[in-house]
Design a protein around this ligand. Structure first.
Ligand code: ADP
Length: 372
């Protein structure tokens, strides 16, 4: 198997430093390369593409500073750690300004080097991951037409496939026949939802979805959503529980249709990304002048690094578990737009394998306000 340990390049004219860094890093199972001066260092960066470099600032010939200046061209995400003498705090600061990740004053212990390097590599990993996600999303948006046609085509092709088998009259077993018709109908349902999402997004962008602000009783809206989603939750053997159901009206100034859409999307996801025998808990509570609605599930959860992107248009976490569940990647972007149009906020908390919680905050309608 190929060695995938990070490559660390040590650029220092002093043999003692090169040797000691090499020993420390090999012990940590890194792959280590060394260079005796700045220009050899730059060549090795180009050829070996290390994940991190440890650079002595003071070297004859090409200095550490010059190496630092060339790094953005070679690899903008390369982690550079500079080695400085005690008396040269100023040059360390200068190096940080030139893009060094951190500095290591001489003499340093193996632990100092290990900690700084591990932190630097972790930062690089996160930055690269965020970058890859951003690019993936951009590519997705760029290929909008391809995606739309794919997402429209695949359910239709599936339905056509079922129909051609049914029409060929080769399915003798009535149970099997029923099953195929049910599956075809589910694909059509998914397609309708997809078109509905696209239309809603277009309506929001034209300022048309959240156009009709009136006093709305949140309990009624949530009650309707739960009733609508009940059958699909039962089918997936997921239980829907509602806390804070009793009591008087819970009024907000809102576009009723828009709000219904928000909670349909959140609860639908909570069922869809759940596990069999899982639970969805809906809670309605009051915090000062704010109505708080929390939708909590016991589903597959969302990894920390994906959380910043889930409200973006077309973003879907690409996991095998996800691909089995149909969706457009538009639901949460619709939720966010509608909530923000109501001067509200939506937050998410999640733990992979444990569950996800979406928290919506909407300004409450002041008591006694005219029911115009
Ligand atoms: P989709 O149509 O893919 O469900 P959404 O915009 O509603 O699109 O959600 C975006 C992505 O966020 C989903 O593809 C899924 O990966 C993730 N997600 C949304 N809600 C949940 C949830 N309750 N549990 C786990 N993952 C979720």
């Amino acid at each position: 198997m190929a060695n995938t340990a990070p490559v660390i390049l040590v650029i220092d004219d002093e043999e003692a430093i090169r040797d000691s860094c090499t020993q420390i890093l090999l012990k940590q199972n890194y792959r280590v390369e060394t260079a005796e001066d700045g220009s050899a260092g730059l060549r090795k960066i180009k050829d070996l593409k290390p994940e991190a470099v440890i650079i002595d600032l003071k070297m004859p010939g090409t200095s550490g500073f010059e190496v630092l200046e060339s790094l953005p061209r070679l690899d903008p995400h390369l982690i550079a750690i500079v080695i400085t003498g005690y008396a040269t705090v100023d040059s360390a600061v200068e190096a940080m300004k030139k893009g060094a990740y951190d500095f290591l004053p001489k003499p340093f212990t193996p632990e100092d080097l290990r900690v700084i390097l591990a932190r630097g590599l972790e930062r690089r990993r996160l930055v690269l991951e965020a970058e890859a996600l951003r690019q993936e999303k951009k590519a997705l948006e760029d290929s909008f037409i391809t995606m739309v046609s794919h997402q429209l085509r695949s359910p239709l092709v599936a339905v056509q496939q079922y129909f051609s088998v049914i029409l060929a009259g080769i399915v003798g077993d009535p149970g099997r026949l029923q099953d195929m018709i049910r599956k075809a109908s589910q694909r059509l349902e998914g397609l309708l939802r997809l078109i509905e999402d696209w239309l809603n997004l277009a309506r929001i962008d034209q300022g048309r979805l959240v156009g009709n602000m009136m006093p709305v009783d949140l309990r009624k809206v949530l009650g309707r959503v739960i009733e609508t989603l009940g059958p699909s939750a039962r089918e997936s053997s997921v239980s829907l529980e509602w806390e804070g159901a009793a009591g008087s009206a819970f009024e907000v100034l809102a576009d009723e249709e828009g709000l219904e859409q928000v909670f349909m999307n959140l609860l639908h996801n909570a069922v869809k990304y759940n596990r069999p025998q899982g639970r969805v808990r809906l809670e309605l509570r009051e915090e000062k002048d704010t109505a708080v609605i929390e939708v909590q599930d016991t589903g597959i959860g969302i990894a920390q690094e994906h959380l910043p992107f889930i409200f973006d248009q077309f973003f879907r976490v690409s996991r095998s578990a996800d691909k089995a569940r149909q969706g457009s990647g538009l639901g949460l972007s619709i939720v966010k737009k509608i909530i923000e149009a109501h001067q509200g906020r939506v937050e998410v908390q999640s733990e992979p394998g444990v569950g996800t919680s979406f928290i919506v905050r909407l300004p409450k309608r002041p008591i006694g306000e005219d029911r115009g």
